[in-house]
Design a binder for this molecule. Structure first.
Ligand SMILES: NC(=O)c1ccc[n+]([C@@H]2O[C@H](COP(=O)([O-])OP(=O)(O)OC[C@H]3O[C@@H](n4cnc5c(N)ncnc54)[C@H](OP(=O)(O)O)[C@@H]3O)[C@@H](O)[C@H]2O)c1
Length: 252
């Protein structure tokens, strides 16, 4: 099995992916900007520590994100390093709709895709919809407010575990360019997701549906953040929330 370096290994998805890759028999190298938080201390904005982290590595899975404009720079720094190294496969995770939804963050994510696909390092690019864990964080952040706000916009959340499973399959294959998009098994609205989350975690907090104006909301309402078709992740948001509530009950 091969040596795999994972950027963003301390993030929501990275924490699920690393044990899965290890279980699949790979020699996994983790990276973080924080000393001691990964096998290698790496800052993708500056490239500090990157060449050392990629030494002897065949595959790089790029999950690091600034959740903002630095994603373009970080990806350019990474591809320059993979081209200097022995890396034979670079896998990037991106977001469904980055080419159709006019969010500034998505513009940088789309640029990152293009940098990776145009790099001399052979690449695979997968787009996924929002993770269950991202929705949870959005609702959890509002837990102490009297009301919980959620937009009347569609979403097709997917378990980070299901995305990690797909990436584990992709690293075992040859570089294959852009892959079919990956979404969750259930299309709901953020306000429906809020009701599900609230029933499990904050039954007394009211959930308020808000209407969001503007071009970004229109593109999301038009379904550009969704993945039509049958072949998607296994765990629905409904089942994810139910399982989390049962676990919390069990721990009380
Ligand atoms: N969350 C979603 O719903 C979702 C949906 C579809 C696609 N995606 C994509 O999936 C990927 C992973 O998302 P996530 O939610 O797991 O991310 P996350 O939890 O926000 O984690 C971001 C990671 O990036 C690392 N990072 C940030 N700046 C860095 C820098 N300058 N140098 C090196 N590492 C840096 C952080 O590591 P340290 O802080 O330890 O340095 C952290 O591990 C991202 O590319 C994201 O765009 C996410």
């Amino acid at each position: 099995m091969s040596a795999i370096a994972v950027t963003g290994s301390s993030g929501r998805l990275g924490r699920m992916l690393v044990p899965m890759l290890t279980l699949a028999g790979h020699d996994v190298r983790t990276m973080s900007r924080r000393d001691g938080a990964g096998d290698h201390t790496v800052d993708l904005r500056t490239g500090r520590g990157l060449d050392e982290a990629l030494r002897g590595v065949e595959t790089v899975v790029h999950l690091a994100t600034s959740n903002g404009s630095a994603d373009t720079t970080m990806t350019r720094t990474l591809t320059a390093a993979t081209e200097r190294s022995q890396t034979s496969h670079l896998v990037l995770l991106s977001i469904v709709g980055v080419d159709r939804i006019p969010l500034a963050y998505y513009r940088h994510k789309l640029a990152a895709e293009q940098i990776v696909l145009n790099s001399r390092t052979p690449a695979t690019v997968l787009r996924a919809t929002q993770f269950h864990e991202l929705l949870d964080a959005f609702f959890h952040a509002q837990r102490r407010l009297p009301l919980r706000l959620a937009p009347a916009l569609p979403v097709q959340p997917i378990a980070a575990r299901d995305v990690a499973q797909r990436i584990t399959a992709l690293v075992a294959q040859l570089p294959a360019g852009r892959q079919p998009d990956l979404g969750g098994p259930q299309q709901i609205t953020w306000s429906e997701a809020s009701a599900l989350w609230g029933a499990a975690h904050r039954p007394r907090q009211r959930s308020i549906t808000i209407r969001v104006p503007g071009a970004t909301a229109r593109a999301i309402r038009d379904g550009h953040g969704l993945v039509p078709g049958p072949a998607h992740g296994e765990l629905s948001y409904t089942d994810h929330v139910r399982a989390a509530a049962e676990q919390a009950d069990g721990e009380r």
